[in-house]
Ligand binder design. Sequence first.
Ligand code: SF4
Length: 299
Amino acid sequence: MILAKIDPSLHQEKKPDWIKVRLPSNPVFFSTKALISDLRLHTVCESAQCPNRWECWSGGTATFMIAGDRCTRACGFCAVDTAKPLALEEDEPQRVAEAIRRMKLKHVVITAVARDDVKDGGALHFAKTIEAIREMDPTITIEILTPDFNGKENSLQTVVDARPHIFNHNLETVERLTPLVRSRAKYRLSLDFLKRARELAEVAQWKMSTKSGLMLGLGEKEEEIFQAMDDLREANVTVLTLGQYLRPTPQHLPVIEYITPETFDRYGEVARGKGFAFVASGPLVRSSYHAADFNPHEA
Ligand code: SF4
């Protein structure tokens, strides 16, 4: 149904030269893989078929995906499985902390599937994971990439109260394309969610940055991208990622355009000009790609 809404003549199936995925050549890649498997954890790197997996895992880093690997939503861009989720695992926060200890990470990114089947959307599970990591090593900077918890204030409060350093929630695409690209999520709700997260942190006098990201190449217009940047700045978001959408399978939304690296550079400059303090913009940039390099808490 999603695919029927897009003009097939616009599809861009052949990848340009600048979209290159490197194959594993480093033993660290395999030790990272073994460690994740040993601790029965999920990563968005694998579940979302991230093109940077070889690079990140070879560098000994990964983004953990908590609350299972079955998502209750079915976004048109996302490779994570949509299925009836299993019960939350009580010991998962400790297993995530143990993985971080073994990997010697100093900055971690934790994301989750959308858990619309759970009353709080999985917010408490996020909070427990943050607490477990902090208990293991209070010096680690913690970045979370959350679903929208259906905009529930209590869920947002639960997560902010756990005091993550960076609160990321992706806008994913421009306002016009949101109903096509994101299942159930709403553009304005996501903006409000980010704005309220920052406000709650300020009330708690906790220095927390908010971060968001857009996938490009889904047919958005340049002025719509700039409007989304303005909307995010209006919501007090200071960290932005811009990356190329890649189609995981033929059942997902097609790529309408491959944005050139030069255009990504230009968009990055535009974003900095709009007041974002940290911007990562490039074809293979993902929310968590080199996340530690864009850590405002080290600035
Ligand atoms: S960019 Fe993020 S999701 Fe992709 S492999 Fe790296 S850590 Fe994993």
